[in-house]
Design a protein. Structure first.
Length: 147
């Protein structure tokens, strides 16, 4: 069985060979480009029909579809990231994480934002001073229970 790392390498190689973008793939497949990318990078499992559609779209075999369906072990490098974009997101959470926690809990109560019942959008906003990145994180609020 193909592992997630090999699956990701195979998908990215085919994506590059075909000159595709995640946005195009998502549109063509009727899937969120953010979710599609995450599944192809091995951080989410794809339902059988979506896994088959992704593999077929890219002209890849059933071994890729099976790997897309496999449940991931969501482990990432625990060190401070060095890629500038990833580092900035890490920095945002470091600087604003406690602020977001306070504001969310003030509005909703004691709990968390789900990363399971969750969606995310990435949009480009053109601006004469420099284009802007708009990240929308939309997660269900999950209150902590008392018992």
């Amino acid at each position: 069985m193909m592992d997630k790392a090999t699956m990701t390498e195979t998908i990215i190689a085919q994506k590059l060979a075909k000159g595709l973008s995640w946005e195009t793939m998502g549109t063509d497949l009727g899937m969120s480009p953010v979710w599609l990318t995450s599944a192809c990078l091995g951080m989410n499992s794809a339902p059988k029909e979506k896994a088959a559609a992704i593999a077929e779209y890219l002209g890849l075999g059933s071994d890729v579809a099976t790997a897309l369906e496999a449940y991931p072990t969501k482990i990432w490098d625990q060190a401070v990231p060095t890629d500038p974009l990833v580092y900035r997101l890490y920095e945002i959470v470091g600087v604003y994480g406690e602020t977001l926690k306070e504001v969310i809990q003030e509005k909703f109560g004691d709990g968390i934002m789900s990363a399971i019942d969750f969606s995310m959008e990435v949009d480009k906003i053109e601006d004469p001073k420099g284009d802007r990145v708009l990240l929308t994180l939309n997660g269900k609020f999950l209150p902590y229970k008392s018992w």
